[in-house]
Design a protein around this ligand. Sequence first.
Ligand SMILES: [Ca+2]
Ligand SMILES: [Ca+2]
Length: 806
Amino acid sequence: MRHRRPLVLALLLAGLAPAAEFTVAPGGRDTHPGTRQRPFATLARARRAVRGLVAGGLEGDVTVWLREGIYELPAPLVFGPGDSGAAEHAITYAAMAGETAAVSGGRRIRGWRPGKGKLWTAHVPEAKAGTWRFRQLFVDGRRATRARTPNLGCAKDTLRLTGAALSKDLRTYTLSLPEGTVRQWRNVADVEFVGYGVWEVVRKRLLAANAAAHTVTLAPPHINAQPANRPKAGMPCRLENAAEMLDAPGEWHLDRATGLLTYWPLAGQDMSRCVASAPALTRLVEVRGTAARPVRNLHFRGIAFEQADWTLPPMGYFGAQACVRNVRSWAAMRRDWLPESRERMDAALRWDFARRCSLRDGQVAHVEGVGLALRKGCCHNTVEGNRFVDIGGNAVAVGEVINFYYYRDPSFTVPRAEVPVGNRIANNHIHHCGVCYHGAVGVHVALTEGTVVAHNLIEHLPYTGISCGWCWRTLPTICKANRIEHNHIHHVMEWMNDGGGIYTLGSQPGTVVRGNHVHDNPGVPGGIYLDQGSSHIEVAGNLVYGVRRWINYNNRRDGGFPTCRVHDNFPGPRPGGVARVPGKLGRAAHFDGMGSSVYKPHAPELEPDHLTLEAWVRLGKLPAGKDRRKWIISKNANELADGHYALTIRGDTAGAYLNFGGGNRNKADAWSPAGAIRPGRWHHLAMTYDGTDLKVYVDAALVASRTVGRKRSKGKGELRIAQRVDGFTTLEGDVDEARVYSRALPAAELKAHAADPAAASTRGLVAHWSFEAPPAVPEEVQEVIDAAGPEPRYRTRLLPQRRTEP
Ligand SMILES: [Ca+2]
Ligand SMILES: [Ca+2]
């Protein structure tokens, strides 16, 4: 290094630190000096070159540039203290500007030949030799489906267990399946059972199958899992990984005994040209510092990390929560709280004792396990501007989960050096993750201090969006001062229940859940969920709609509830989200059947003794399914609630409800004959009540009448259009010129309305929706939407899609 001194001196005199750089390119050589003109070929070689600089003492920043291409790793890249930057000098591995560099654990699979029918095959000698057993296959960058039954995407894509029995000695686990689903599969030991519990899944290999008895036996060892997620009659499930299950386009199977890989290409895929690959590694990058020598100031920028497997353990996977699995039986675990009771799913990018490091503007994709884990002693790291997509487990996990000493010994504390402090997960786009393990979450913040999860766009996940905390009691832990703010979370909870857009656990003094925009999550309860032990948490300024329950308190019994401050939130209807379409008169509202509705708060004039509800309604298709009822206009909870009134439809019939005192006994309803409503056509619907008769009209014709003769009892609930007031069901269709009158309009008047929508009477009119202009979004609600953003705000660059979407 001595010969560089004059240069160093000159730069220092000029006020500049000397920077070093190396270049890596797929066409390079590791015997090259690593310059732009003569680049290295591998990242390991570049790391060795950087290590030389680190050993000599860094004198400036170091950058390793990755030129365009795929870097297949022979082994995980490990960055230890010898690869660390210094407090003032950063080490950065970055894709060259405008170029796409992918670091991959995958191996190309070549030699595809046409096989039987539409199948193609390739030989994988390493599989036959037992050195490579992969669980994922990607064809032109698209995840192929491990042969399964029932097939992915078919109307009934799960089976239901008809029974499950685990012997007392935990040795024999037998599951009963519907008739015709169990076969004598050739490689039965490779077949896996996947069962969907309430919020986690079970995945187990089979030991045997009995087609005649419709039963399968699971491969030991077993545990008696958490009751809600334990196999039992009625549990939705599927089976996968038998050659006999390969019966649909997109499915693949690897026969381990022969090394024969079989694939049924999707339409448009020509296997003589497609790039097929499968992961040969379970980890891609490890940052492996120690408490005494953390790895500092090390950065990864603009790089796509792709293709890592996660091997199913011999016991299989009994999910506890958020990709943490139970390895001991539920009862024993609760009795002893042993630290070894639970284990985390491993991550493709796994960091320990990383300080002020970062992962920016890159991508993590095509992983079976967790995407990125910031574990023990990771502090002040930044994960910003990345895209996480097609990940089997959690996209991002921060902090430790297994500190059962908190339960066993309340004086227990985690050594300060191990506490993850001040990590920032911001402006990432996390979507279509949890694809292999549906109990996965987008961002899992476990026991941490000062983690910031902000401005992320999180969508299309099977379970919770952001989960924060890891202790089912209110006892103090290291967990505190986390900030979950201004995230936009939608279409999560697509498979599982008992979770939400944002979910918390345990005591977390100083934690805030603020300004998040959460909507359209079908699973229950779906909004913001303060689960067991949640205490000392502030929930403010969040906008939540299109969910079953905007906030759910499961911390009432353990005393957490009174310590939380929940204020100034915006739960309720979709802000301005009801689209306008050409209507019967001017414009109409189009309701999407996904929770959009119009609401009006309670007002005394909406509770007349006599009333008329009328509206023009046009349905693209008639409601189908088990319960075909839809509420057009309704007030006061539901038909069993005191004071409820409603104009409704049920399939192709029109109807009405009234309730006089609450309960089924006090419910009155009337329904038209079948066929009253036809799809694609505007109908004028009305219900009237004159204190004696409840009547229903379709296109001004009286189609149902019922004598009730009771005085209306008045409610104080809100009124909704296109949704039953309690959110139970939502109309999909168009509604125009909806009106409420404080009198029962006679047939002649309704006839005039039906003949001329512009000529409606104003006498006794108490409410009218013409749907000409979308309602104004209140300023404070618009601020929440803008702050969270439709896209992450600070993302500098989205990697070009080199490959097809999953
Ligand atoms: Ca199949
Ligand atoms: Ca109108």
